[in-house]
Every structure is written in structure tokens, then in C-alpha cells.
Design a protein around this ligand. Structure first.
Ligand SMILES: [Zn+2]
Length: 544
């Protein structure tokens, strides 16, 4: 009970302490684990209070090795006792433990290795993520018992136990992720229906049904996802977001998990953030040479504002990442604030938005200015405060990259003026704005020639377009005739003439006239090269 007292001193409420004690008694899991799994107290606080109570150091993430230590130790023993060997030196073996009151673990490791053992404390979630990464993430150790009903803590205990022994749900998650990777899906949707659940994959932007689940299996799946994402298993009413790494065919895949309550129960979206699949090259993303030149010229300037507009899910962030990728250099300091961080760069300082901690796009941007970076990526400009700070940053010698919600490249300055930015400041800072959409690429293995859309071409004044239009067919290599996606884009460069229009609060039409190749033109050129279909182009342009 000493531990419980220390945890109460660290902020565990008496009610939470009672839930934790009851769940501990029911499941036999140690207190720090039960508290973390139920989300009763933040891991930082648990670790700090245990470190003080037991006089142990706290593990810093820098102490964590890149690979599992080669010791004659069963990983099963380490997993059961929630321990992690950190390193071996003259002082002996350094061992991180979640539960410092477990005296079997140090004794067992000493016995097995013959080494002196020095313990330090680690949070349960940090331990599990690291352990899974180093030793693989097989299902949790099984336990047994009947599911409790009635009191909340009995449900807690039942929940924890069910989660750890629900092997079918563990296998389902693994097979879904493996299948999704195989099929190049970007998201796995778990949707609630009155009679159970439905799994759909998003492939090339389109949802495809994969399988139906019983209500019990759907519950098990959601519960397993919550455990994997370090989410509160007992909370069924709130939307929750988490992030973790899952393994598919022995390869770690970063995923973002969103649990979404609905009328029929909780659903989930698993977004696969697969580094290996992210193309960070403008040409690979589908930009035409003339567009790449305009964007590269805009972001090569030491200061100014480059903004990408387009619908949600239109690949705006990837375009900014491609710009960051092109700009990375040892002598440049690049900082970002994003929501969510979809891709990690090794040498870029990336910050996740956290409104609960008062970290908004605008507050982060203001803080960044004090660090004097060269390049700042702001996930999105969506309020006047962020808009003004971004313009201020661009005026004071920084290159600012961001996204904004607007229909086309020429609407961006108008949108910013609506956000109370002075037109003369915009005229001085905007280097270029792009608008983009994503279209599916035709499968090169099965597409067939199709007739030229004469009327459309005439309407777009593109009579000298060469003919090579194709249509989707479908084969075993693709989904419905399509394989991957590409960008169609338009870019407005703010030269003196366009800047003058902005300064005069110019209306849309004259600015639009300065967009050399609008979205429709770019789309038709790509369709005429057989890269995508005319229907795809029209669908993408309508959707916005
Ligand atoms: Zn095909």
C-alpha cells in the first residue's frame, strides 16, 4: 500500500485509487500498469512518484538501446515482469522496470545472467512501445477469469483481462494491417452498423468494403486498438486519438488511431503512416515540370510565403513535405508545427499541435520566431491570428510554408484579406500560391485507348492537345483500373503585376488570368498523356 500512498500524493484521486486497487486485485496486474492502462494518472507522474518512493533514477529515452541486448534471457520473462535491459557496463546490467516493487525481476535477471542489476523506472506505455519495437509485439501474456459486471471497477478489470487474452482481436489487427499494406491502403475504417461492424480500406482515395464483423468481434477490435494506441479503455463516449507502431510482415508501420463514438458504438480509423511509401519528390508526386519550376523558385527565396490550397485529403501536406525535403541542408534551420505530424524528418524540428497545452499554430509560430529558424512550416492557416503571425514571420526574413482552405490559387490572397491581413503586407510577402487536387493514376498494365473529349478540349482552349486519352479497365495488379494517385495543380506566381492587384484588393478574375495553366488544363494534359482519365479529372475538380 506504500505505493498507492505515493501515487495519491502524485495526484491520484481517492476514487481513482479505489478503481486501481480493485482492478489490481481482480487482474493481478501491478498497480502502475493498471493505472496506466485505465488512464487514471499520466505516466510521467506515475514514474516520478515511483522513482522518488524507491530512490531509483528515471529512464531517459536516450538510455534506450537501438536493438535488444544480447543476453541469455527469455524475452517472455522480461515481458511478464515488464522489464527492459538498457545496457551493460562495469556497474553491471542496467534494467528499466515499470513496477519497482516487483523484487522477482532483478533477482531473476541477476540469477540468469550472473550480473549485478541496477534498476531504473520507466512508464508502462514507454516500456511497451520500446519492448514491442525491440522484441516484437506478440499478443500479451494470457490470463483467465470470468468477465465482471456491475460496478465500474469490475468492468475495468474485465476490460483489461479481456484485452490481454483476446487473441482473435490481436490476430485481426495484425492481418488487417498486413492486408492494408499489401493493397496500398492509406486508411482502415472500422464502422459500426446496427448488426455489427464493417471494415473498409481507403485505396487511392476511394473506400472499399473488405469484411463484416460480429458485434463481439468489433468490440474486441476496438478494445485492442485502444490498448495499442495507449488510449483510455474505459472511456466509450469521447473521441480519442493515439499513435503507435504496428508490425506488418516484420516491418514496423507507424499508425495514427482515431476512436470515434457513434450511435451504434465506437468506430475507428487507422491511418497508415508508412514512411517507405511517401514520395517526397515533386515529379514523383505528379507535378509537371513547369509547375515544379514555379514552386522551386518560390521556396528558394530566403523569405516569403508559399501557400498550398485544396480540399482535405488532397495531398497539400505532402507537397509541403516535398518542399521541406528539397530545402533540407546542414546550414538551414527548419521548424514545423503540424496536426498531425504525418512524416518524420531526421534533421527537422517538428512539433505536434496540442491545444490542451496551449500549443496552437499561432502560439507555436510566435515561439518559433524567437528561435530564429530559416524555414517555418505551419500545418494550416485557419484563423486571423495565425495568418497575421505567418505574414509577420515572412516579413522578418523567414520562409513560411503553409496550407490554407481556398478553392484555387487566386482565391488564397482574398481568403487572407478576409482574415484581416493588410493587402499591402500580403503583396510584400506572398511568393506563390498553389492549388491542387489528387486524381487516381490509370493502371499502366490494363488501361485502354479511348476517344478524345473534343468539346471539353475546345472549352478549355486547348485545341492543340495531343491525343492519347485512355480509360480504366481493371486487372490483378490494380484496383478497378487505377494504381496510385497523382497531383493536378495550378500555381500563381506573385510577380510585380499580381502583387499590384493584391495591393489594390484585386478581385478574383484579373488574378486568375495570371494563372498560366489552371487545374483543368493540367488535368487534361495529364489525361491526354494517358496518366489519368478525363472522368477522374472532372471528379476531382467537382469535389472541391
Ligand atoms: Zn490494371
Amino acid at each position: 500500500m506504500m505505493m498507492l500512498q505515493h501515487l495519491e500524493a502524485a495526484g491520484l484521486t481517492p476514487e481513482a485509487a479505489a478503481r486501481a486497487a480493485a482492478a489490481q486485485a481482480e487482474t493481478g496486474e501491478p498497480l502502475p500498469v493498471v493505472i496506466s492502462r485505465l488512464g487514471l494518472l499520466q505516466d510521467d507522474h506515475v514514474v516520478a512518484s515511483l522513482a522518488a518512493a524507491y530512490g531509483l533514477p528515471i529512464v531517459s529515452m536516450e538510455d534506450v538501446p537501438d536493438a535488444a541486448l544480447d543476453l541469455k534471457l527469455q524475452s517472455g520473462f522480461l515481458k511478464t515482469h515488464r522489464a527492459l535491459p538498457l545496457k551493460q557496463d562495469d556497474a553491471g546490467l542496467h534494467l528499466a522496470v515499470v513496477d519497482p516493487s516487483d523484487d522477482e525481476v532483478a533477482a531473476g535477471v541477476r540469477f540468469a545472467t550472473g550480473l549485478a542489476v541496477r534498476c531504473s523506472t520507466i512508464g508502462f506505455h514507454a516500456w511497451r512501445r520500446t519492448f514491442d519495437r525491440l522484441y516484437g509485439s506478440e499478443s500479451d501474456a494470457p490470463s483467465s477469469g470470468a468477465r465482471g459486471r456491475g460496478a465500474r471497477w469490475t468492468q475495468d478489470a474485465g476490460g483489461i483481462r479481456d484485452l490481454s487474452l483476446d487473441a482473435p482481436a490481436v490476430r485481426l489487427v495484425e492481418s488487417l494491417v498486413a492486408e492494408a499494406v499489401e493493397m496500398r491502403a492509406s486508411d482502415i475504417h472500422v464502422e459500426r452498423k446496427p448488426d455489427g461492424g464493417r471494415i473498409r480500406f481507403r485505396i487511392d482515395g476511394q473506400l472499399e468494403e473488405r469484411q463484416r464483423l460480429s458485434p463481439g468481434m468489433t468490440d474486441g477490435l476496438i478494445a485492442r486498438l485502444k490498448v495499442l494506441g495507449d488510449l483510455d479503455v474505459a472511456d466509450h463516449r469521447r473521441a480519442q486519438d493515439g499513435r503507435t507502431a504496428l508490425s506488418a510482415r516484420g516491418r514496423p508501420i507507424d499508425v495514427r488511431l482515431s476512436i470515434i463514438p457513434s450511435a451504434h458504438g465506437e468506430g475507428a480509423v487507422i491511418r497508415l503512416l508508412d514512411r517507405a511509401d511517401v514520395e517526397l519528390d515533386f515529379a514523383d508526386l505528379g507535378f509537371r515540370g513547369s509547375e515544379i519550376t514555379k514552386i522551386r523558385t518560390a521556396v528558394a527565396k530566403p523569405q516569403g510565403l508559399f501557400l498550398v490550397s485544396g480540399p482535405t485529403g488532397g495531398g497539400k501536406t505532402t507537397t509541403l513535405y516535398a518542399a521541406v525535403n528539397a530545402l533540407r541542408a546542414p546550414n538551414r534551420k527548419i521548424v514545423t508545427v503540424e496536426d498531425p505530424i504525418e512524416y518524420f524528418f531526421e534533421d527537422v524540428h517538428q512539433t505536434q499541435l496540442d491545444p490542451a497545452a496551449d500549443l496552437t499554430f499561432s502560439s507555436a509560430l510566435k515561439a518559433f520566431l524567437r528561435y530564429d529558424p530559416d524555414i517555418i512550416l505551419v500545418g494550416e492557416i485557419r484563423d486571423p491570428d495565425t495568418a497575421k503571425t505567418a505574414v509577420q514571420a515572412a516579413l522578418t526574413g523567414h520562409l513560411v510554408l503553409s496550407t490554407i482552405h481556398a478553392n484555387d490559387a487566386a482565391s488564397v490572397p482574398i481568403r487572407l484579406i478576409e482574415m484581416e491581413v493588410e493587402p499591402y503586407l500580403l503583396a510584400a510577402t506572398l511568393s506563390a500560391t498553389s492549388a491542387q487536387r489528387l486524381v487516381r493514376r490509370l493502371c499502366p498494365h490494363c488501361s485502354k485507348p479511348t476517344e478524345t473529349p473534343r468539346e471539353l478540349i475546345d472549352r478549355a482552349n486547348m485545341s492543340n492537345l495531343r491525343e492519347g486519352f485512355r480509360r480504366p479497365v481493371g486487372c490483378s495488379a490494380c484496383s478497378g483500373g487505377f494504381l496510385g494517385r497523382m497531383v493536378i495543380s495550378e500555381t500563381l506566381v506573385f510577380d510585380d503585376e499580381v502583387a499590384a492587384l493584391v495591393r489594390k484588393r484585386g478581385s478574383l478574375a484579373p488574378m486568375r488570368a495570371h494563372v498560366a495553366a489552371p487545374l483543368l488544363t493540367d488535368g487534361l494534359v495529364k489525361a491526354s498523356q494517358g496518366l489519368t482519365s478525363v472522368d477522374e479529372v472532372l471528379r476531382a475538380l467537382e469535389a472541391a
